[in-house]
Design a protein around this ligand. Structure first.
Ligand SMILES: NC(=O)c1ccc[n+]([C@@H]2O[C@H](COP(=O)([O-])OP(=O)(O)OC[C@H]3O[C@@H](n4cnc5c(N)ncnc54)[C@H](O)[C@@H]3O)[C@@H](O)[C@H]2O)c1
Length: 351
């Protein structure tokens, strides 16, 4: 059963904009569970559907070309509405296709994962990966309607994907609310999430994006955990053992918190609290010199870098960050030495 507010907002938009055609872009898993989710819309517009294989491998220029070709063969015009129904992969890919097909068609995201509800579905960053380089090609393009989230969709989400969304949720707590972090610390399981936790993240991201829509400065705070996180994601993908985005981000949060502490920003007691919390909910991997070297190579390719320095958002204290901290790559091994904390388990899959 579709969420009433989502259907109502779409119908209102279609009537207002005189929309004739709507195309749902989704992936195989979401299609298996929710094939009829938007069936009510067919009373108002002609509905079509494109189903792509699930997983990050579909977030590619090759898939984008296939979708452009499909839309062109069906002669869909510039008033055709693209409805991205899925996780962050579908939202990023669909946003990219919508922003480029015929120089832009209207679209909205209807996120189906926790991660997409609190992060990927908001903010207008669209894109595809270039082989192992995450989000290397993309656009800024804002959805024509920001739909409400339907948390009922999370009931079918696999546990590992739930944990992945939790990784991004922890990021919001650390950059924006000590109170939320303390609430998260009280959870026995990451599945005990409350709707107000999601509301905080969605509100925080919307407010940040509103102030800095094109990612010039303030928005960089949202990158906390992502410099390491994207590199870890790329390294696992290279080894043929892909890891969910938010799980890689949780590792990134661990190491960027350590970096913040090592560089004298984050107080030791807060670093230890963060480390303990992350180890309770995530498997934190060890960085050998060899792995750190490989990660550094990926980090040197990060879009945020300037002048050969690696760009990080660091924590000042829980709830406060310093964006755009530059570190020369040759310094990385020194600052990542795990020192005061217990050594985390080995990254066996990558050795
Ligand atoms: N644009 C942004 O601002 C932004 C922010 C964060 C992440 N991202 C991107 O988001 C992507 C990761 O998103 P994700 O974690 O949602 O991954 P995903 O979209 O690949 O979905 C994860 C898995 O869950 C399945 N799934 C989705 N919804 C389901 C449901 N309701 N029930 C059962 N299964 C379901 C999918 O088929 C897939 O197998 C990455 O590409 C990342 O770069 C983008």
């Amino acid at each position: 059963m579709a969420n009433r507010d989502i259907i109502r907002q779409l119908l209102e938009h279609f009537r207002r904009e005189n929309t004739r055609n709507a195309v749902v872009l989704t992936d195989e898993n979401v299609e298996r569970y929710y094939s009829g989710y938007f069936s009510e819309l067919s009373g108002c517009v002609s509905m079509d559907k494109i189903v792509v294989p699930a997983g990050e491998c579909s977030k590619s220029i090759e898939t984008a070309i296939e979708i452009w070709q499909y839309l062109a063969e069906k002669q869909y015009d510039r008033n055709t509405f693209l409805l991205n129904f899925g996780g962050g992969m579908v939202c990023d890919l669909g946003g990219f296709v919508a922003s480029t097909y015929k120089r832009g068609i209207p679209f909205a995201n209807c996120p189906t994962t926790l991660l997409a509800m609190i992060d990927a579905g908001i903010g207008g960053k669209t894109g595809v990966d270039l082989k192992l380089l995450k989000n290397a090609v993309g656009t800024f393009c804002f959805p024509d309607i920001q739909l409400p989230v339907d948390i009922e969709l999370l009931q079918t989400l696999p546990e590992e994907e739930f944990r992945s969304g939790f990784g991004e949720l922890v990021k919001y707590a650390l950059i924006g609310s000590k109170e939320l972090f303390q609430d998260l610390c009280k959870l026995e399981s990451f599945k005990e999430l409350k709707p107000e936790f999601l509301d905080f993240c969605i509100g925080f991201k919307q407010k940040t994006v509103k102030e800095d829509p094109f990612d010039h400065n303030l928005r960089h705070i949202l990158n906390f955990g992502h410099t390491f996180g994207h590199a870890i994601e790329s390294l696992f993908a290279e080894k043929g053992n892909p890891v969910a985005h938010g799980i890689a981000v949780a590792q990134g949060i661990y190491y960027e918190s350590l970096l913040s502490y090592r560089l004298g920003h984050l107080p030791q007691d807060e670093w230890l609290q963060i480390a303990e919390f992350l180890k309770k909910h995530f498997h934190i991997v060890t960085l050998s010199t060899d792995i750190l070297g490989k990660l550094t190579n990926f980090m040197l390719n990060d879009k945020k870098n300037r002048n050969g320095m690696i760009n990080f958002t660091l924590l000042e204290r829980i709830g406060h960050t310093t964006p755009d901290f530059q570190i020369p790559s040759f310094d990385m091994s020194g600052v990542c030495n795990t020192g005061v904390c217990n050594t985390p388990p080995t990254m066996s899959q990558c050795q």
